[in-house]
Design a protein around this ligand. Structure first.
Ligand SMILES: *Cc1c(COP(=O)(O)O)cnc(C)c1O
Length: 223
């Protein structure tokens, strides 16, 4: 199915609950495909791998208004490039990473938008901080002037019957953060993927990150 049809299907499904941000999770999608996505009106692209993202950014530098989000695991030696080449980093999960992003963002006009990634499903293989670490990390980030804390991000449990509980806990964490960090611009709860974006929206997501449902399945070799 062409991308235009896939996107129309999603837009129809979310018409009652449109998110602030529909992010195209574009790992292993070619720059050419993203150019097509841009032509269909998508502006937010989420990448997981730094070098792959930089290559696409170079190929698409003629397009105005693309907003690049980093949603992958962060290695400390990549923080400088992430701070310089992205508008958002959604996977901040420890103070050291926040401090390094802050230092590398100095000298750029706009602060870097960041989300704290929370390991809400308790599956150890995924990134993210523990839910109880969120308040301390949020406070640390709020003191870093080159970062702008915008909210929380999570990947929930793949089993639908457990995903709902994870979404609810994320919504609670987000609300608590908004009530305690009153000076921050906390407007973003990024959760929900192709498998569960409707449920995520019903339970409070303001941003959904869609890959497979827009682009089909792809592997690294698709590039
Ligand atoms: C790949 C990815 C997505 C999109 O997942 P799909 O199931 O392809 O929609 C969302 N979030 C993160 C962090 C991802 O790595």
């Amino acid at each position: 199915m062409p991308l235009a049809e896939r996107l129309a299907h999603v837009q129809c499904a979310i018409a009652d609950h449109p998110p602030q941000c529909l992010l195209a999770a574009s790992k292993h999608v070619t720059a050419e495909t993203l150019r097509g996505a841009y032509a269909l009106g998508l502006r937010h692209f989420g990448e997981n791998y730094l070098q792959e993202a930089l290559d696409k950014q170079t190929a698409l530098r003629d397009l105005d208004g693309v907003v690049w989000h980093f949603i992958g695991r962060i290695q400390r030696n990549k923080t400088a490039a992430l701070a310089r080449h992205f508008d958002w980093v959604e996977s901040v999960d420890r103070p050291l990473i926040a401090e390094r992003l802050h230092a590398a963002r100095a000298g750029m006009v706009a602060p870097l938008n960041v989300l704290i990634e929370v390991a809400i499903s308790g599956e150890g293989s995924k990134g993210g901080c523990a839910p109880e670490e969120v308040p301390v990390l949020a406070l640390a980030i709020s003191r870093l002037s080159h970062l702008r804390l915008r909210g929380l991000m999570a990947l929930v449990h793949p089993q639908p019957e457990r995903a709902g509980a994870d979404f609810r806990r994320m919504a609670e964490l987000f609300l608590t953060l908004q009530q305690t960090q009153v000076h921050a611009d906390l407007d973003t709860l990024s959760m929900g993927t192709s498998a569960d974006y409707l449920q995520a929206l019903q339970l409070g997501a303001t941003e959904i990150r869609l890959g497979t449902i827009l682009f089909g399945t792809r592997t690294q070799e698709s590039l």
